[in-house]
Design a protein around this ligand. Structure first.
Ligand code: SF4
Ligand code: SF4
Ligand code: SF4
Length: 292
């Protein structure tokens, strides 16, 4: 089975325990205003343009979809990922995000890293929202486990339970996002409310899965006492949760927004002191460790 892969990153230490190879899949049903991987939202290949290399020569304006202007302008919404601009550009300023790969081909990219995984490391399947390609994820997870590679799944939880449930057989740990506790605020900032996400989290917990709650904290969005109490409430109502990961907003998504021709998201990067305060507040409320 084929999937649409945005990136494969070796030697990652931020996507689960130990040393990991992370496979990022394209496509996401959410539209988080602070998205750190905006190039992974669309479930199809798509051009990225490196502004530092572009000399505005206009050669790419021959784009058959009219996505490129004569001065290097880019309307990513019109891009079909045909790749013509990549071959036209004299500056190597264009690249395509999203390669169609079989699960076997992805595993072949992961296997050389296996000696580094040891006991704790392995494969992390991430995105976007990987469950948008649930059958591909299931096949990749099964192949990996059969090859002796432990699998972690990073998910927004925004997918039908039926696509999550079969993965219980193969996934060693779930990194499960909890973005905003209030359903209306969740809809406002991500495009959908969190009822399905909460239901999936509860079902996953009740199935005995190992779950780390991943909580992005964005200034002016969810750095509120109500949301922190909501996170703490989950650590009490779902006592099997392993830990809370505090993920302070960072601006890395803005360089990718630039490559998609989009303006910066406008959120401020929180100072270290503020992040320490968030961690202290959450630690005082939660019944599991709050890590960064
Ligand atoms: S890949 Fe390039 S040429 Fe093809 S539609 Fe997208 S912007 Fe246009
Ligand atoms: S062809 Fe390359 S250098 Fe020329 S305008 Fe397009 S992206 Fe920029
Ligand atoms: S769930 Fe992740 S990939 Fe999807 S929009 Fe939100 S931050 Fe971006």
């Amino acid at each position: 089975m084929n999937g649409i892969v945005s990136d494969i990153v070796s030697m990652s230490v931020n996507d689960g325990p130990g040393i990991r190879t992370s496979v990022f899949l394209k496509g996401c049903p959410l539209r988080c205003a602070w998205c750190h991987n905006p190039e992974m939202q669309r479930p199809l290949p798509q051009a990225l343009v490196l502004p530092d290399r572009c000399v505005k020569c206009g050669a790419c304006s021959a784009c058959p979809s009219g996505a490129r202007g004569g001065q290097g302008q880019y309307d990513a919404a019109r891009c079909t990922g045909c790749g013509r601009c990549v071959s036209l550009c004299p500056m190597e300023a264009c690249r395509i995000s999203g390669a169609i790969m079989s699960a076997e081909a992805v595993l072949a990219r992961v296997l050389p890293d296996k000696p580094f995984f040891r006991q704790r490391g392995g494969l992390t399947i991430s995105g976007g929202e990987p469950l948008l390609q649930a059958d591909f994820v299931l096949e990749l997870a099964e192949l990996s486990v059969r090859s002796g590679i432990g699998v972690v799944l990073e998910t927004s939880g925004c997918a039908p339970w039926e696509s999550l449930r079969p993965l219980l057989l193969y996934v060693r740990r779930f990194l499960f996002d909890w973005k905003i506790t209030d359903p209306d605020l969740h809809r406002r900032w991500t495009g959908m409310d969190n009822r399905l996400i909460q239901s999936n989290l509860e079902k996953l917990h009740d199935s005995g899965a190992a779950i780390v709650l991943r909580c992005p904290v964005i200034p002016g969005v969810n750095d509120t006492p109500d949301h922190f109490r909501g996170i703490a409430g989950l650590t009490r109502s779902l006592p099997g949760l392993l830990q809370v990961d505090l993920l302070p907003y960072h601006a890395l998504g803005n360089s990718k927004r630039k490559q998609l021709g989009l303006p910066a998201d406008g959120f401020p990067v929180p100072p270290e002191e503020t992040v320490r305060q968030w961690q202290a507040q959450l630690s005082a409320l939660c019944r599991v460790p709050v890590c960064r």
